[in-house]
Structure formats: C-alpha cells, structure tokens
Design a protein around this ligand. Structure first.
Ligand SMILES: [Ca+2]
Ligand SMILES: [Ca+2]
Ligand SMILES: [Ca+2]
Ligand SMILES: [Ca+2]
Length: 689
C-alpha cells in the first residue's frame, strides 16, 4: 500500500520536473538566437562606433539617430559594427525610420578587401518604423556592417535606427513567433487579410493548433479566413521580404486548409520587376492537420515569395501557414541544378565558341581581327582582338542570308542576351542584322530584334530579353539582297544570363562605367590645371576622342578636352580612398587615345603624400581609334588611391578618354598587354604600333 503511494509521488515529482523543463525549453525557443552585431541600443551601442559624422543615442534610449542639424559639413554619418566572423548564412533585420528627406544605406566591409559592398538602401520617409531584411550570405571572411545615414540638408530631416537583429538562417524563414513577423507583410484589403493566429487568439476553427511549439501559449502562425469576404475573387496576400541575394534551394512550410466552399491557395515567386510565377498550389482541398510542403526555388535574382488566397464568398473556409524554412539543397532529387547559360557567351578571341554557321551556305560570317591603326576600329573586347564580320565584299553574294546559330538552351527560363554590333562600312543598315529565336528543328519562333538605325561606327550594345516554353537558340542573320546596299556588320562579346535584362546586377563598388555619375571619384583641385569631364556621345573636336563610350556605345565616359587645356597641362582623377589589402589587386580599364597630338595617360598609386606616387602604367602618344583594354597588377596593403593622370599633348587633337574601370582581386587572370609603360620617346605625336 505504502509502496504504491511512493510510486505515485515519484511519478508526480517526475511529471513536475518534466513540466518545468518544458517551460524552460519554451522560454528559450521563443527568444530567437541573436548573433553578434545585434543591438537594440537600450544600454549602449554594442560595439558599434561612429566612423564619420555623428550618430547619437537618443536621450530616451532605444535608438540612434543622425539629424541633418548635427551634420555640419558632412553629407553622411557612418556607424560601423564590431568585426563579425559569423560564417554561416544569416539574416540581418533592421528596424529604422527616415523622417523628412534622406536615405539609409547598409554596406558590408569584408576584411582584406579594398571596398565596401552595398547590401541594401532605402530613401522612403515614413510616419512610423519600418523593417528591412538583409541576407548575409555565408563567407569565410571576417567582416563589418556599416550603416550610413544620409539625411538631406534642411530642418526636420533625420534617419533613426531602433534595432539591429542578426539571426542564423535565411531572411525568407519565419516561424511567426517574433513580433516583426520576420518582415513578412499582409497587403491590406478591406475584407480578407492575413492575421497572426495562435492559441491566445483562437481563430474561427477549432482545428487550428499552431505548429512551432505544440500547445505553447506563445505559438503563432499566419491565418486568413473568408468570414468577411463579400465579393467574388477577394485576394489576401502575405509577402516575404525581398531577399538581397539570388536563391536556389528548398523552401518548406506547413499549412492547414479548409476549402469547403471555395478558396484558391497558391504560392508565387515575385522578382524585382514584379513578375509573378506560380511555384506551388495544394493538391488537396482539406487538411486534417498541419501538412508540410517542399518547393524547389531557382532564382537567378533576388526574390520574394507571396502566399495568396482568393475567396469567392464568406463560406470559403480558411488557410493557415507556419514555419517557413529554407535550405540550399534542392528538396526533390529530380530537380535539375540551376542552369548556367554562360555556355552561350562568346568574345570570339579563341574561335566561334558554340556558335556555328549554316552548312549549306558559303561562309558569310568571318572571324577577323583588325590590325590596330588610326582608321579602323578594332574589336570590342580588347581593341586588338577578334570579332565576327558578315558581308565582307569578297564573300557577299546578292540574295543570301547568312545565319549564325547559338547553342540550344532549355525552355521556360527568361534569358537576357547582350551583344555588341557595329556597321563596319557606311552602307544601308536595313536587314544587315536580324536576331531570331529558333527551336531545335530550326524553325523561327520569333524575330526579336533587327538593326534599324544608321551607322555611327561605334560598338553599340543590344539587350534582348526572351522566354520560350521549349528548347531554343538565338540566330543572328545577315541578309543581303542588293550587293551595293549590303551593310558590313560586325558582332562581338555575346553574353547570355538568366533573368530579365532590366534587373541589373547589384552595383559593385570596384566597378565604374560612369553611366550614373562618377562613382565617388575625386577631381584633383591642387596638383593639376584641369578637370576630367563626364560626357556621352562624341567629343567636340574632330579626329580625336571616341565616338561613343565603351559600355554601351551611347553611354557616358570621362575625358580631357584638349581645347580647354594648354600643352603639358595635367588633369588628375582620383578614386575614393581604398583600404588596402593583403591580396594582390587587378585594375582593368578601357582607354581611348586617338588624335595626332595625343599626350600621356598614366595610372599612379597614391599613398597620402604626393612624393609617394608610384607609376603603375603609362601610355604616351596616339594609340588606336578603338577603346583599348588595360590590365594593371598592383599590390598595396595600406590606405591608398589610384590616380588617372592625363597630360595634354602639343595639339588640339589630344583628347584622352577612360571608361569601364574595374578593380578585382588579383592577380589579373589573363596576361595583359605585358607593357606597363610604353612610348619612351620625348615626342608626343609619335604613333605606336
Ligand atoms: Ca509558429
Ligand atoms: Ca572580341
Ligand atoms: Ca560608360
Ligand atoms: Ca583637376
């Protein structure tokens, strides 16, 4: 008898301990694990320091602000995190507010790199706080996070940060236990909306139990029902934050659904241009319990996921979701790996790559290289390389059509095709170049582009976005019906990438094409007599300067205008401060030195004092009518700037231009032209070969 009571007591104590343990467990799981770099600015700045300008702790705590009133002559205030060495993928959530006019920028500063990389920015003012989600992809480099506030000058403009949370995992993931809902947002609709559901706020149906921690008071999920639906096709949308990196892998989530009298439930992906693509819809109308779903995602660009439920009446049932997670491995073994369309790239430097011509016709397209001289433009890749030329006078036969076929690429993908063309003579452009998409049976599916404008004798970029449901390829066609009117058309530097051409790759701090400004480059105001000018089109003086830029043929470049300078005058353009790196660096840029009086272009390494300028690269005198590629290896482990210094030659025909500057971690892969300095002659007007 006593023994039985003892046993009862032990069982009770055991159950009690189990209960306490469970409670403790719930307390720890309810609080997301915060990684170093997180801060709520309540007790201090958690190791964040002001690098420039002044972020200040608000008197009431809870936030740091930068106000235009306290930024005396600076335009921005930069807050730098402690050094973080989180290597796994993590998600940074930022709670912020912009009041009046201004912007907030988030940068990543990898250790041992010259540049800070822009991760995210915002410039929309709001009446209350907003939340931003920024993916921090896995890295082996220690790094820092930079918060740059730029309130516009004038009173009432400020930028505030309330909270920085860095949590393990992907920004798409959410269990809806945290109060910001991981940046997921409901698109407000008068009658149907996604709400936070949970045990505390019992939803209409008794079937619903939250998923994350079964029976947990704090457990929450997202829930939409039809009770207030009044019209046909009322849609509730729950949208994830936009990822800040391309995503490929497996998205899983749990859902419950009761579709007694009609609702439509779908999961969409949405890109930065607003293109929706349905990636999943349920196979069943009614789930007895939480049901897990796994969907493979292959996005070459940042994306959002959108959970959409459409109701037709107030009796359309409900849908609930919870525990969205992501893994970089595909969930289904038959999912093909993300396709790399760069197999269709070709710069024609080493043959035709995977391109070929129709066999039945004589060679209409010829791979040629133009010996660099002052009259004929060389290729686009380097200025001295190879390109394809159709309709050379020797090959032309009236009435032909010369086709150049690209490799077959899989269907159902949106592709961005870019290439450069140039009319290499001055004849009629009509039909000189037409671009088709063909299927695998060589049937033309669509004419996607044709050359219409007349020649400016400059390499001009074309961008074409296309998508076909079946395997397809691009076909460049050149048509000649009348010998005397046939154009001489050239193509070079074909690239194919995934996604719409309008989605530009994120701006890279080490790249400048001068299309939207001068990238923070600095005009020397003391050590020279003139400035570099940013222009598009051609330069005003004949027989010197480029006819168009290198990036697109119709974009911007920097140049010195000889007619505004005296012989021997210098113009110096400096990069912003580069941090220095233990790694060798590769500087690539394009230069244009054409004109009988061309002077000198030098690239110098500047370390603080003028005396420490080191010559890295130099060209003297007229080089070529083409944009020429330069590659410069250098190494500098302290703070420095790179200087582009042009010296005007003896005559007006001495414009010097630069474009498409790029810094890469070195050493430069391909051999450069191997000549760091050329033109040792004292005479400026020497023409080099
Ligand atoms: Ca949950
Ligand atoms: Ca080429
Ligand atoms: Ca440009
Ligand atoms: Ca200057």
């Amino acid at each position: 008898m006593w023994g039985a009571v003892d046993t009862m007591r032990s069982v009770c104590i055991y159950l009690y301990i189990l209960l306490v343990l469970q409670l403790l467990c719930r307390l720890t799981t309810a609080q997301p694990q915060l990684l170093p770099g997180s801060c709520n600015f309540e007790l201090g700045t958690c190791g964040y320091t002001s690098e420039s300008g002044s972020w200040s702790m608000n008197e009431e705590g809870h936030l740091v602000t930068v106000d235009s009133a306290v930024l005396s002559d600076q335009e921005q205030a930069v807050l730098v995190s402690p050094v973080l060495d989180q290597q796994e993928w993590s998600c940074l959530r930022l709670v912020y507010q912009i009041t009046g006019q201004g912007s907030l920028h988030l940068h990543l500063r990898p250790d041992s790199d010259n540049f800070d990389y822009s991760l995210w920015s915002a410039n929309t003012p709001s009446d209350s706080w907003l939340i931003a989600s920024v993916d921090l992809p896995n890295t082996t480099n220690p790094h820092q996070i930079l918060l740059e506030g730029r309130p516009k000058r004038g009173s009432g403009n400020s930028v505030a940060i309330f909270e920085i949370h860095i949590v393990p995992g992907y920004c798409l993931e959410c269990n809806f236990e945290e109060h910001h809902l991981c940046g997921y947002s409901n698109s407000w609709n008068p009658n149907v909306n996604w709400y936070v559901g949970g045990v505390a706020k019992e939803p209409a149906s008794n079937l619903l139990k939250e998923h994350t921690n079964n029976n947990n008071q704090r457990g929450h999920f997202m829930y939409v029902d039809s009770v207030y639906a009044k019209h046909f096709q009322e849609v509730a949308k729950l949208t994830s934050p936009m990822t800040t990196a391309p995503m490929a892998g497996c998205l899983t989530f749990y859902y419950q659904r009761d579709q007694e009298r009609g609702n439509m439930f779908s999961l969409f992906s949405r890109d930065q241009l607003g293109h929706y693509e349905e990636i999943w819809r349920p196979e069943v109308y009614f789930t007895l319990n939480w049901t897990m779903v796994s969907v493979d995602i292959k996005a070459p660009h940042p994306l959002q996921v959108v959970f959409e439920v459409a109701f037709n009446s107030a009796r359309g049932g409900y849908v609930a979701i919870d525990d969205i997670s992501f893994s970089p491995e595909f969930c289904h073994t038959d999912t093909e790996p993300a396709f790399d369309p760069s197999i269709a790239n070709c710069d024609f430097e080493n043959g035709l790559c995977l391109y070929h011509q129709d066999r039945v016709e004589s060679k209409v397209w010829n791979r040629v290289s133009v010996k660099p001289n002052a009259y004929r433009i060389g290729d686009h890749t380097t200025g001295t390389g190879c390109f394809l030329l159709a309709n050379t006078p020797f090959a032309s036969r009236p009435g032909y059509m010369g086709r150049l076929h690209g490799p077959l690429l899989p269907g159902n993908h949106r592709y961005c095709l870019r290439f450069y063309y140039m009319l290499h003579g001055f004849r009629k452009a009509d039909n000189s170049l037409v671009l088709y998409i063909y299927d695998e049976n060589n049937v033309a599916l669509e004419k996607v582009w044709s050359l219409t404008d007349s020649s400016r004798a400059v390499w001009t970029q074309v961008e074409v976005t296309y998508m076909k449901p079946m395997m397809s390829k691009v076909v460049f066609a050149s048509i000649c019906t009348n010998f005397w009117e046939c154009g001489l058309v050239a193509i070079d530097d074909i690239t194919v990438s995934m996604g719409d051409c309008q989605i530009k790759a994120g701006s890279h701090p080490g790249q400048c094409n001068f299309e939207s400004g001068i990238c923070g480059y600095i005009q020397d105001k003391n050590g020279d007599k003139a400035d570099w000018l940013r222009v598009r089109g051609h330069t005003p003086t004949s027989y010197t300067g480029p006819r168009g830029d290198h990036t697109t043929g119709v974009g911007y470049f920097m140049y010195i205008e000889a007619s505004l300078m005296q012989p021997g005058h210098k113009a110096r353009l400096l990069t912003s401060d580069l941090r220095g790196s233990s790694q060798p660096q590769c500087l690539i840029f394009y230069y244009h030195m054409h004109g009988s009086g061309t002077g000198i272009l030098s690239v110098l390494l500047h370390k603080g004092s003028i005396d420490q300028n080191k010559l890295l690269w130099r060209r003297r005198g007229e080089q070529n009518i083409s944009w020429m590629k330069a590659m410069v290896d250098y190494h500098c482990d302290v703070r420095h700037q790179i200087v582009f210094e042009a010296i005007r030659g003896p005559t007006l025909r001495s414009d010097i231009a630069i474009d498409d500057i790029q810094f890469k971690r070195g050493p430069c892969e391909e051999p450069g032209d191997g000549i760091p300095y050329s033109g040792f002659s004292e005479y400026f007007n020497e023409i080099e070969n």
